[in-house]
Design a protein around this ligand. Structure first.
Ligand SMILES: Cc1cc2nc3c(=O)[nH]c(=O)nc-3n(C[C@H](O)[C@H](O)[C@H](O)COP(=O)(O)OP(=O)(O)OC[C@H]3O[C@@H](n4cnc5c(N)ncnc54)[C@H](O)[C@@H]3O)c2cc1C
Length: 398
């Protein structure tokens, strides 16, 4: 049996998040985006909603919600602004889920709980100046020194780099083994001192109301107890983190399609040409119809992935497909929204220029469009077979 009905709790939380964002954050978005400054107190505000640890069990400080709820919330976050969803993608999808999936009980209590309760903000450091899609090319190293590892290296294009308290990062403990020599570590800013340097990137094309930056480690001592998984398991840990992050990107991009659709419908009924509202022109209708199709298809794809996640079943293919489709569709929807707005869309007077800029990043991060295509083709051709990771993301217990 397939059930398309949302529960009353799922609908209620989505409604609560939507109206909270509309009142508490939306008024600042356009100004911050235009100025290129992060939204003030965004994480603290989101934490008051109790969503900082949405899918994690209450015993780890979370809300114990299911993955459908996480998807609906990400949709609402990106409907308001992509920077909010990006923050939750790295905090929950990448750092939080990584520790939840791979951490020991002690690590979940010590490292996940403060993230899930909203006390601390998490981030994820995988990408380096010379290693993006090709993770195995990373140069950061970690050498064992008694009860610690000593990290050296740098990360770039890290969301929430200057705001986060806790970083899940990757470095090579055995560089000669390439991707099989990567290990995962949790860095706590408070303990790292001057050995951790973080900075912001300016003049970004999109996500301008969010913090994107970099990290550098110089003889940074991380306790051995902050290594996640075994030595050499970092590549697999990173891939499972990306799977969870991609789910939040897919559901968020679905919200951006809806934002583009709503703005377009409103404008198409206000603007008149040739004696009629432009919504009466069939070529404008075609663009709106495409947004409607994109929204429904993107939503169904991410909800299927959520359903698999709730059951604790493998969802690498389905989540990647949802991410690829939703991010391309959001970019097309935002582009069409700008077209419908004509020259007015080309300014910051309307939100659609922001939508278009923000839609572009998610086609690049958490696996580029090309990487998603390769994955799907390899599944179809039988070249790619997923073996279960040593640690699965636990199913939703209800
Ligand atoms: C706004 C933003 C936020 C980000 N946040 C984070 C973050 O929080 N943490 C983090 O670790 N990273 C983050 N990233 C980095 C992001 O994950 C990388 O940019 C991404 O993985 C791509 O890597 P790259 O930019 O080095 O491109 P490259 O890997 O150098 O790729 C360049 C081009 O070549 C193509 N290409 C590469 N390999 C292949 C192949 N085998 N076949 C076909 N085409 C190929 C790519 O698809 C792309 O078009 C962020 C990026 C952005 C833009």
């Amino acid at each position: 049996m397939v059930d398309f009905e949302l529960t009353a709790e799922q609908r209620a939380l989505a409604d609560t998040v939507r109206s909270f964002l509309a009142q508490q954050i939306a008024p600042d978005v356009q100004r911050c985006d235009s100025a290129g400054t992060p939204l003030p107190d965004a994480f603290a505000k989101l934490a008051t909603l109790g969503i900082a640890g949405l899918p994690f069990p209450e015993k780890y400080g979370g809300a114990g919600s299911d993955y459908v709820t996480l998807g609906l919330v990400c949709e609402e976050l990106e409907y308001c602004d992509t920077s909010l969803r990006t923050m939750m993608s790295v905090h929950i999808g990448l750092a939080g889920c990584g520790i939840y999936q791979w951490g020991s009980e002690e690590q979940k209590q010590r490292l996940l709980r403060p993230l899930a309760s909203g006390e601390k903000l998490g981030a994820f450091g995988l990408t380096e100046p010379d290693a993006g899609s090709d993770v195995g090319a990373m140069r950061s190293t970690a050498r064992r020194d008694g009860d610690s590892y000593v990290l050296n290296g740098s990360k770039i294009w890290i969301s929430c780099a200057t705001q986060a308290d806790t970083f899940l990062v990757f470095a090579k403990t055995a560089p000669e083994k390439e991707k099989h020599g990567i290990s995962a570590f949790v860095i706590e800013r408070a303990a790292a001192g001057d050995a951790l340097h973080t900075f912001s990137l300016h003049d970004k094309y999109g996500v301008r109301a969010g913090d994107t930056g970099g990290l550098s480690f110089n003889e940074l001592h991380v306790p051995a107890g902050n290594r996640l998984g075994d030595e050499g398991e970092g590549f697999y840990i990173a891939m499972t983190c990306l799977e969870n992050g991609r789910f939040t990107v897919a559901s968020g991009a679905t919200g951006l399609i809806r934002a583009s659709l709503d703005a377009s419908v409103k404008y198409a009924k206000e603007r008149h040409t040739f004696g009629v509202e432009i919504g009466k022109h069939e070529l404008v209708q075609e663009m709106i119809a495409d947004m409607v199709l994109s929204y429904d298809a993107a939503r169904l794809l991410y909800l299927r992935a959520a359903w698999l996640k709730n059951l604790g079943r493998r969802n690498t293919r389905e989540t990647a497909l949802a991410k690829w489709f939703a991010t391309d569709a959001a970019n097309r929807a935002a582009d069409n929204a700008m077209q419908i707005h004509g020259a007015y869309g080309f300014s910051d007077e309307y939100p659609v220029a922001r939508f278009l800029r923000n839609s572009r990043g998610s086609i690049i991060y958490e696996g580029t469009r090309e990487i998603q295509k390769i994955m799907q083709a390899e599944y179809a051709l039988g070249y790619r077979k997923d073996k279960p990771p040593r640690c699965e993301l636990p199913p939703y217990k209800g």
